[in-house]
Design a protein around this ligand. Structure first.
Ligand code: LLP
Length: 466
């Protein structure tokens, strides 16, 4: 995200330092090198020049499954799940945020690797339950859950509903009472921190739609109301401060304020709430400029912060949970495109058009996000060419990678891959211009299989019933 995209910072919020450097404009030393921080774990360039993932040549993947396609490294996905689970250990819970990318195969992998799942819509809930995630390991989020979503979640027995508003406290309480259950709930609070990221994905400053503000006393009032309702069991407080965050300072402020509320609750009601959830939002490397922390270090930092704050407030340390989405799935996938046309603007840049675009990755257009890109169907000895990788949609903002160096001998038919597209690309994909959303192909140990198939024109026309 460019610096210019950042808002000046709202009032009532502590603005934290930006944890991200601006993209470099110098060409990399070796255009054929693949930075392991940006690429999925099993991606390799073979001595012969092409790129493989999970032991499979990307040219074979393109031939078999077509382009554009999201290619997901299942080995890497599972390894990241285990890294997060092991880093947080048995006395904490990791909820994968399904909004980053969800399908049945992913639900099964999460289940097998011992993670829980955060869902934020009826569709995500149906996917989770349909693929066998035990309901008690599911948390339901959302700032405007429908009555139907609430009923399905309570009816299924989800382990946690994160309440977001005063109205919802009443709705969930009535639903649970009617269904004869005591629903475990957390309250989502906004702690007044603006994690320095793009405005649309920063969520804990107070001038935004999510949660109950701590500063205005809304959160304390919400606790009072929930505690009076027999059909709700208040287990803890939730805070999510934003996304693509590199700096732990935001979590520190958030934990301090959440623990402060726990202390207030103890003082006012004589109860120590047993859980806190610090949300997701941990950043990943989209380019070599980004340097994200490892799950182990993140877990240690969060535990230390929470323990310290609880000691200060003379509270028992509550059970901690976190909700990483991007940090698990983001780096595990790349989007494979075929180059169609090139347009050279002498002395400026070359526009490289690929067979997808803003319909499969809206993040560049929406957040000014930065991505990397590489020629993957062969290596090239050619000098670097300043390029802009663009899609095939009918608008000039249809940019996939704003500034990238690609080999000057690039031509139609070459395959390009854009790494770190596992999160918020397929899940935010659209049918703009009646584009068909690409498949997700999972690779593991030399085998590839489609886990989400490519849309067909029939799929599109099926909805058009006029
Ligand atoms: N928990 C809650 C309550 C959230 O709202 C989110 C993300 C997460 C966890 C997971 O955050 P993550 O670890 O993936 O950053 N479309 C944007 C991101 C929106 C995130 C919304 N909430 C993007 O493409 O960057």
């Amino acid at each position: 995200m460019s610096r210019s995209a950042h808002p000046a910072g709202p009032r009532h919020a502590d603005v934290l330092p930006e944890g991200r450097s601006a993209g470099s404009t110098a060409p990399p030393a070796d255009l054929n090198a693949l930075d392991p921080r940006v690429w999925a774990q099993t991606v390799r360039r073979t001595p012969e020049g092409a790129v493989t993932v999970g032991g499979i040549d990307v040219r074979k993947l393109a031939h078999e499954f077509g382009t554009p396609a999201y290619v997901l490294d299942e080995t890497d996905f599972r390894a990241r799940c285990r890294a997060w689970r092991d880093a947080f250990g048995a006395d904490a819970d990791v909820f994968y945020a399904g909004k980053a990318f969800l399908c049945r195969a992913v639900v099964r992998w999460l289940h097998e690797e011992g993670l829980n799942l955060d869902v934020c819509s009826g569709g995500e809930l149906a996917t989770a339950l349909g693929a066998g995630m035990p309901a008690e390991r599911i948390a339901l989020h959302g700032n405007n859950k429908s009555q139907d979503e609430i009923e399905r979640a309570v009816g299924a027995g989800v382990g946690r509903i994160v309440l977001d508003s005063f109205q919802e406290i009443v709705r969930v309480a009535h639903t649970a009472a009617r269904l004869g259950v005591r629903q475990r709930v957390q309250l989502r609070v906004t702690v007044g921190v603006e994690a320095h990221t793009h405005e649309f994905i920063a969520t804990a400053h107070e001038d935004q739609k999510f949660g109950l503000a701590l500063a205005e006393g809304q959160a304390a009032e919400a606790v009072r109301r929930v505690l009076q309702l027999d059909s709700l069991e208040l287990t803890g407080i939730h805070s999510h401060i934003g996304s693509q965050i590199f700096d732990m300072a935001g979590f520190e402020v958030s934990a301090r304020r959440v623990v402060g509320l726990l202390a207030e609750v103890r003082d006012e009601h004589g109860i120590e709430l047993p859980e806190i959830d610090l949300g997701g939002g941990l950043g990943i490397a989209y380019t070599s400029e980004d340097d994200p922390a490892e799950p182990h270090d993140i877990a240690k930092a969060l535990r230390d912060i929470v323990t310290r704050e609880c000691e200060g407030a003379a509270l028992a340390v509550p059970r901690l949970s976190v909700e990483p989405g991007r940090a698990i799935v983001g780096p595990t996938a790349f989007t494979l495109y075929e180059v169609g046309t090139l347009k050279e603007l002498e002395g400026l840049r070359t526009y490289v058009s690929v067979d997808g675009g803003m319909s499969d990755n809206i993040r560049t257009a929406l957040y000014d996000a930065e991505y990397s890109v590489a020629l993957v169907s062969r290596s090239s000895p050619a000098p670097p060419m300043l390029s802009r990788v663009v899609g095939k949609h009918c608008e000039s903002g249809d940019i996939v990678v704003r500034d990238a160096f690609l080999p000057a001998d690039l031509g139609p038919g070459d395959l390009l891959a854009v790494p770190a597209t596992g999160a918020y690309c397929r899940s935010m994909a659209s049918n703009y211009n009646h584009a068909l959303r690409p498949p997700v192909v999972a690779v593991r140990d030399g085998a590839a299989r489609v886990i989400v198939r490519r849309e067909t024109e029939e799929d599109l026309l099926r909805l058009d019933v006029g």
